[in-house]
Write a protein that binds this ligand. Structure first.
Ligand code: FSO
Ligand code: SF4
Length: 544
């Protein structure tokens, strides 16, 4: 195997025997093959679409296949093998449709794959298409750009999946995913073409963030500032982690009146701000920290646990019997709750002891999405004009266990008292409790939501730029992002598409960003690695 798609890649260069995430070489290989099948399906879909016969039936499958290969989503070889079987079937059907349309000549590479499901044959195929083999043929820079695009569309697919289960999809988003996969199916593509595709991926990424915002707020209402208990109450309990609001909504409905309290974990914390979720009085609080704390948090949680998306870690025995996955998440020997039906989760919660006592009443306020913030835009603009509010500092993205991430906590704590701190993604757990006080009636810390709610930050920045009559880069706004997995790539590409400059990224730069790729990012966008807290704050303040 060779995988360097996330920040915790071994030695900062690549996982080769087994993933730091726990992914086995076999699972990595099957994920590579599944991605290759998705490329084949996209070649077919585009051949038909260009001839005026769109094959939209493939869109959802391709999204799910890509999402399945995101870090910490699927550790289960058997489920990957059955997805590959389904892909083979869809590919054969699609090829037939292409043939019937007289377009067989448009097919190439992975679209022509015969598609075995024999495990050994799949492992051999994986070795031929993997990053190692491709780097030998095309070089590290081309493959680096191919992978940047791959990770961009993996994140897009995850967000598109969430939007789709809430009833929204976008032809623009799906056709870009197909187009990117078609380009990735070609053995060699020129660097400048790959660069252009990556920038276009930013445009499509912005579209998918907007789509998911529409889906979430359409189904759940606009988030509103809400004080959340960061602890627990006595009683039976279910903990819901991941990003899938639809799963949480279904679980809340199915547990109504059952005497079970529901808690959020990790990236589910912002759910408390949505009117359609917070209306359930048994959604009582948030338990634990970010995803990388789950082995400690889940072991300490005396109820059932539902993991709706990444980031899943290999489960510990202490809680594996009361852990459930849903959606595209899978892990060997962990029960899966299909189709938003949670009877087994509820039974496990009732069988577990639950909390005996109440925790201290620690609180955190969520719900500062673009709707809430722009509705007080007048106050914010007045605070800036009066000099009470000097700077906006966005500290967010995805968190992980790797060293160097205390930078984000220290940065938040050291930010001047006349700076507002915006946060989002699971990176927020680094800044919660580090920023106190209010400016102009607003709290200094504004929690905007999940990682996809970077869209809210973009909307707010756009509204401020308009109010002050300046461009985004002229605002007193600094972006300091933490990255871990592929959704962070999607968000970064969306920001670059908007022309946002001077973004700081850490705790270290991705392994797939070669010096040549970094040079392009620096020359065009002045993207930079995080430095020291003091140095970065001084530079941000001076640039304001
Ligand atoms: Fe975090 Fe995981 Fe939301 Fe990521 S929970 S790391 S960017 O999946 O998606 O922020
Ligand atoms: Fe390694 Fe990350 Fe790939 Fe897992 S997802 S194998 S940790 S690079």
């Amino acid at each position: 195997m060779f995988c360097y798609q996330c920040e915790q890649t071994a030695h900062g260069t690549g996982c080769v025997d087994r993933g730091t995430c726990g992914k086995t070489a076999e699972v990595a290989a099957l994920q590579d093959v599944l991605l290759r099948r998705a490329m084949g399906l996209s070649v077919c879909a585009l051949a038909l679409a260009r001839a005026g016969h769109p094959l939209v039936a493939l869109d959802a499958f391709v999204e799910n296949a890509l999402f399945t290969t995101v870090t910490n989503v699927n550790f289960d070889a058997d489920s990957l093998e059955s997805l590959i079987g389904e892909a083979n079937r869809l590919l054969a059907e699609s090829r037939d449709a292409v043939g019937r349309a007289g377009l067989r000549n448009a097919l190439f590479g992975p679209a022509l794959a015969e598609g075995s499901t024999d495990r050994q044959a799949l492992l051999v195929e994986a070795a031929e298409i993997g990053i190692d083999a491709r780097r030998q043929n095309a070089g590290v820079d081309v493959v680096g750009l191919q992978e940047l695009l791959t990770y961009g569309i993996k994140g897009m697919a995850a967000y598109a999946h969430h939007a789709r289960i809430l009833g929204r999809h976008s032809a623009q988003v799906n056709s870009f995913i197909h187009e990117a996969l078609e380009a990735l199916a070609k053995p060699v593509v020129a660097m400048d073409q790959l660069l252009a595709l990556n920038l276009r991926c930013g445009e499509a990424s912005l579209a998918v963030l907007a789509l998911l915002d529409e889906a979430n707020t359409g189904a759940m209402g606009n988030p509103e500032p809400t004080s959340v208990l960061m602890g627990h109450k006595p009683g039976k309990a279910i903990l819901v982690s991941g990003h899938d609001l639809r799963d949480l909504a279904s679980l809340l409905e199915q547990t109504a009146g059952r005497g079970i309290n529901v808690y959020t974990h990790g990236e589910m914390l912002p759910a408390h701000g949505y009117p359609e979720l917070k209306k359930h009085s048994h959604l009582v609080g948030h338990f634990g920290g970010a995803w990388q704390d789950q082995q400690r948090d889940f072991a300490a949680f005396p109820g059932a646990i539902l993991m709706t998306t990444n980031c899943l870690m290999p489960p510990r025995e202490a809680y594996s019997g009361r852990l459930f996955t849903s959606g595209v998440v899978a892990s060997p020997d962990i029960l899966h709750a299909p189709d938003h039906k949670f009877d087994a989760v509820i039974a496990a919660a009732l069988a577990a002891p639950g909390f005996q006592e109440a925790s201290p009443d620690r609180r955190h306020t969520v719900g500062f999405g673009h709707h809430a913030v722009t509705s007080v835009a007048g106050d914010v603009v007045a605070a800036v004009k009066s000099g009470a509010l000097k700077h906006f500092l966005l500290i967010g993205g995805c968190d992980a266990a790797t060293a160097g991430r205390s930078y984000y906590s220290d940065l938040a704590a050291a930010a001047p008292k006349d700076w507002a701190v915006l946060t989002l993604g699971c990176g927020k757990f680094r800044v919660i409790d580090r920023v106190e006080g209010n400016i102009g009636g607003l709290p200094r810390l504004l929690d905007m939501g999940q990682c996809n709610d970077a869209y809210s930050a973009i909307k707010v920045a756009g509204a401020l730029a308009e109010a002050f009559g300046v461009g985004l880069n002229e605002l007193p706004l600094s972006l300091v992002l933490s990255w871990y997995e592929q959704k962070a790539v999607t968000v970064l590409l969306a920001l670059l598409h908007l022309g946002v400059r001077n973004i700081r990224i850490g705790p270290k730069l991705p392994a797939f960003v070669t010096p040549a790729i970094l040079k392009v990012l620096v020359d065009n966008f002045n993207v930079m690695a995080i430095g020291t807290v003091e140095g970065d704050l001084a530079a941000m303040g001076a640039a304001a």
